[in-house]
Design a protein around this ligand. Sequence first.
Ligand code: GAL
Length: 964
Amino acid sequence: MERREFLASIGSAAAVAPLAKAHGGVPVGRAAPDLPMPPSRDTMPMRPEPEEPGKLLLDKAWQFHQGDIPFPTIKGHGWTYANAKAGQAQGAAAINFDDSDWPLVNLPHDWAVDMPFDPDANPSQGYRQRGYAWYRRALRLDPADRGKYLELQFGAIFTNATIWVNGSVAAHNWSGYNSIYIDLTPMARFGDDLNTIAIRVDAERMEGWWYEGAGLYRHAWLVKRPAVHIQTDGIHADPRLDADGRWTVPITASLSSILKAEAAATLVATLSDAEGRTIAAGKVETRVPPLGSAEAKLELVVPSPRLWSVSDPNLYTLRLSLAGPGEATDRRMLRIGFRTLRFDADKGFFLNGEPLKIKGTCNHQDHAGVGVAVPDAMWEWRIRRLKDMGSNAIRCSHNAPPVELLDACDRLGMLVMDENRNFNTSPDYMEQLRWLVRRDRNRPSVIMWSVFNEEPMQGSEAGYEMVRRMASEVKALDPSRPVTAAMNAGLFAPHNVSQAVDVVGFNYQPGLYDRFHAAHPNVPITSSEDTSAFMTRGAFQTDAANHVFASYDDERSSWGNTHREAWKAVATRPFVAGAFVWTGFDYRGEPTPYEWPSASSFFGIMDLCGFPKTAYWLHRAQWIDDRPLLDLAPHWNWAGREGEPITVMAMTNFERVALFLNGRPLGEKTVDRFEMPRWLVPWAPGRLEAIGYRAGRQVARSSVETTGAPVALRLTPDRTIMAGDGEDAQPITVDAIDAQGRHVPTAQLPVRFAISGGTIIGLGNGDPSSHEPEKGDSRTLFNGLAQVIVRADARRGPLRITADALGVRTGQASIARVEASPRAQVAPTPSVQTLEGWRQSPASPEKPDPMRKPVDSDMNSWLWLGTGQIEAAQGEGQWMSLRATFTARRRVQANGGTLRFGGIVGRAEIWLDGRKVAEKPDFREAPLDVAVPAGSAEHVVTLLVESRPGLIGGLSQPATVGAK
Ligand code: GAL
């Protein structure tokens, strides 16, 4: 088939050429007009400016262990006592756990997508086993960071996570969708005294009924701020239009201080426009108590700002600087937009005072090849795919999205229904809701907060009371946006959630729109979810035995509607604010109505790769008025079905369409855009062609052609240039072409890829029943298409990729990697074994017996030197014994190694396993190395230290054990 879309501006010279000149008309918008994807663009991805200078990515070089590691059974009084103390976490959480042979992974990381499909795994989670895993990372902090506020941030971890820092639990997090912020300051170690982060992830826990992935699947960050600073998510700056028509930006900054005394601080705010001109500025002074918080408030007045809208997403840059005592200034940058929104019970949604029908899709957060570890640039790509279809809204179903998705929505002009995951009013879960609102309330794209999706308690008093509380929490943080809840029942119960929200979300039930509106004429409503129809991309014959759905928009779930029915129900009712189609993209899990071997859903307007199904052109024809569209389904490769009737459907926004097969007229139809015209055409090879008419004039034509066999592969990147920052990623469309260069829609070739200048990070083809691995270097075309997702290496140069399949010519693409400074990353730090748990004997005037050790039940005669407490003081001119035990890491066990004392003060003898192995003859501080023999036995190391009269003695630096 050759799918060809000829788009022409109405009334232009592009009036259609005679049929004989079948290629008449102006092809617009596709470099490869026969490929159902947009052409390659020569633009760079949008690269956000750093929001704060001291925020460093902590994505690189995490040590990873898949599977759980049981904690040791603790026995004996001394060990039990020690285990109960701060810094003394055991097992894989311990500072000194031997992780030296764990492989390194970079974030974002979803280990579930690396797992094979398994018929025994949960279909709802895409037939992937998940289980448990551990991540560990050593972190070196510069001694110059002492005195700063230090924070670890995790974008999200799926699912339940326990995080230890330096052997103490730093956070328990019981959700896979919220960020985790950890104040590292009090427990931080500096210089060669490394910090250890250990994370146990329990991904057996589920929060949804769709594929949720596993692990540290969003970014991690290390944040360094001055002692007096702005809190994380501590800025509220959401523009307001007052009753006098005056725009202001009321700014509240929540401040904290780690100083020991109250401090004065000055907050300065400047607002600049897209051209970088400062258009408003303000300043406020405040005081911040020690280890306390304060709010600094000011207001900027902005005369006639350029508004943010979905067609003109105009952003302003707000810069805040907070000067506390001393030199250091905390700085923050965020993008804000000026816009008003309103839901009207009769007329639907209004943006900036203008009615705007919401044309939305619901989406989960996984993509082909990468699972939920979606690179930032792919979020932008996905939002762009939806915008290109005419969609203006996205519902983040059913959880908080990554910030990178919201950044793309702000920049590209996409409205967002921001959704909370857990319906629960207990303190932990209310905090998750508050976190969501605090994080996202400055974004122009976010237009409403959804507190739940389809909760059985929605028609009960308890459900109502819970939502009332949740709505009140939301309003306290953001009075400007409505609260909604996605209800699939209970709307008419005496007590129900619709009574506690601002906008009632209907999941399905279009038959109740009118009844509800009549009963509650003052309550705004929107579809929060509709459709749930089935299509297999590129398939036009339903084949239940093989789990294939024809893509004519005839197949739907029992609770849903076809795309056309659902849109008609919304579009014809002004009081329904809009639609949210389930879903924009296919997602893993929920292979409804099938199970194995199907592993991903059939609901998407696009498949798992973002390749369009018929529904894409259907919505585009319905949702876009001003860009003419005429597209035909199906393809025209039906060899063996000569003379059989084939259903042909035109997706168009023209008024009339005439159809021709090989120049023979097949009839002309008036277009009902809610239905779309159809013909039954006895199949014969050749060209099926449609002509679109508006106001009686032929203005566009479109055709599909029977193609020959594939002769070559073709690679079409989304962009011809990439940022050489080591992070930029993009999808490349893979297809096969015939001798005339036409896309072959039926090709199912196995393809192998080779790449230089980049890495293949995932592969897909949109087949819900495919069990091919999503990693590696090969993928089979499914109905003519596959996708390979590449990440560009750092620095300038070409990224070259080739595609090979048996019997056809190699396809290739070359993408320019342009110089782009990588985002600041915390340097990888190899983990080292530091000796912990030193015991220090009482001081004595004589040299102690090196064999002496503390009695197991005596916790007090010998000191415990706490984690990080290296320096051991003692009386002047005295001896003492310092004792520790350790089991060397596996590499040292195998080959032997070195025990390095970073610094010993005083004269000393070193005893290892009962033998004197070294002497330090003078009092001055100095390092010392001793050899550690190979072997797996536990070692006992004893330091006999004699301090110089009048001074202290002991260990001034950590002692570490390393390979030779
Ligand atoms: C809805 C639900 C979605 C999805 C969909 C499938 O009831 O909210 O998460 O399961 O059905 O049709």
